[in-house]
Design a protein around this ligand. Structure first.
Ligand code: NAD
Ligand code: DAU
Length: 346
């Protein structure tokens, strides 16, 4: 059952709240619970964008704290100042391709950052710690089958290895130290405010600018897509209704190949398929992800509300309506990354 407004009462430390999913989650929480106090704790890396939460400026239930999850001093300060009841841990380096170029920061942020937060959550007797994890910890599927919560952990990229390690520290905090933890493992998200290094916003941006759409390998890799708002509702439900120590897979039964996605975008924007350019494959590219979300449905009554066609229409419209948001990003350091990432592949 969806949690009620009174259950939403409390102080929520949302790490990585200035990123894609975190900022959508904060908007969800502020809208849904009038008595929730939200602390967005974010280092504002290249992927963090305080503009994502502009509309909350001046809202008495929302506070922004600039800090690094891997820096114990920053974490101590935020715990001392706010004494949060709940920690919802989104902060991470999140892009697989970047982790292949340089994995150091993935270990620091994703593994050490999680451990630092867990220690402070325990010392401050927080009510619950929610680890936002990913289906990538399970590795890759063949043509059939689904990832369940008991699928073996078999990460294939530095990113997914760091998320797996973090998940194990979360498990340990529960088993050894008795901290109340829950872990969610979601499939590929899409929707407003996604950074344009990820497939869908990158392809929308390139298509709008009549630039080539770089498809890795043969474009037949499969991802299981979910609209970001459905993921945020699921996190809310696990946070307030999930069982301590449990893992919950989240997915919306929307498997699509890369080529399916790219074609939908081109159709929606009225652009030609000749923009598609096949480029060298991602090393260690997982072939297929697909989620069995029956535990979420059966235990918590969650189900996705936005189907793929509706979600893609909303997403493309959002990017069309926010040209300044993307233009502010596609400058400087991000432009250099695109050059490093794609120039040798063409
Ligand atoms: P994102 O890259 O858009 O946002 C990450 C946020 O974390 C940014 O605001 C960034 O500034 C912040 N951050 C990075 N390092 C930090 C640090 N050291 N201290 C504090 N803040 C820091 O990522 P996203 O796509 O919104 O993903 C959020 C979480 O959800 C991640 O943990 C990711 O693994 C997980 N996840 C993402 C997806 C997806 O499809 N995007 C799916 C499943 C799970
Ligand atoms: O499954 C959940 C994961 O989904 C999250 O944990 C990650 O944080 C998130 O980045 C995402 O990882 P993916 O690697 O699946 O997403 P990405 O958008 O990078 O790529 C999606 C698919 O599209 C993948 O098969 C690679 C392909 N691709 C991607 C890019 C950026 C291309 O063919 N060309 C591209 O330029």
């Amino acid at each position: 059952m969806q949690s009620t407004d009174t259950q939403g009462q409390g102080i929520y430390l949302v790490t990585g709240g200035a990123g894609f999913i975190g900022s959508n989650f904060i908007r969800h929480m502020i809208k849904r619970y009038t008595n929730a106090r939200i602390i967005c704790f974010d280092a504002l890396t290249y992927a963090g964008n305080i503009e994502n939460l502009d509309e909350l400026t001046g809202n008495p239930n929302y506070h922004f704290v600039h800090g690094d999850v891997a820096n114990p001093r920053d974490v101590q300060d935020v715990f001392e100042q706010f004494n949060p009841d709940y920690i919802v841990h989104f902060a991470a380096e999140s892009h697989v391709d970047r982790s292949i170029l340089d994995s150091d920061i993935f270990v620091r942020t994703n593994v050490m950052g999680t451990q630092v937060l867990l220690d402070f959550a325990r010392m401050n007797e927080a009510r619950r710690f929610l680890q936002v994890s990913t289906d990538e910890v399970y590795g890759s599927l063949g043509a059939t089958g689904l990832f369940s919560e008991t699928s073996p952990l078999a990460p294939n990229s530095p990113y997914s290895a760091s998320k797996t390690a973090a998940d194990l520290f979360v498990r340990v905090a529960h088993k050894t130290h008795g901290l109340d933890v829950v872990t969610t493992r979601c499939s590929n998200n899409y929707g407003p405010y996604q950074f344009p290094e990820k497939l869908i916003p990158l392809m929308i941006h390139n298509a709008l600018n009549d630039k080539p759409l770089p498809v890795y390998g043969d474009g037949m890799n499969v991802r299981d897509w979910i609209y970001v708002g459905d993921h945020c509702r699921a996190i809310d439900m696990v946070l307030h209704g999930g069982r301590a120590g449990e893992i919950y897979n989240i997915g919306a039964d929307s498997e699509r190949t890369t080529l399916d996605i790219v074609r939908v975008i081109l159709r929606q924007l009225g652009k030609p398929e000749s923009l598609i350019e096949f480029v060298t494959d991602r090393p260690g590219h997982d072939w297929r992800y697909a989620i069995d979300a029956s535990k979420m449905r059966n235990e918590l009554g969650w189900k996705p509300e936005v189907d793929f066609d509706e979600g893609m229409t909303r997403t493309v419209e959002w990017y069309l309506d926010h040209p300044d948001w993307i233009e502010n990003i596609v400058t400087g350091a991000y432009r250099n990354y695109i050059k490093t990432m794609y120039e040798d592949r063409e």
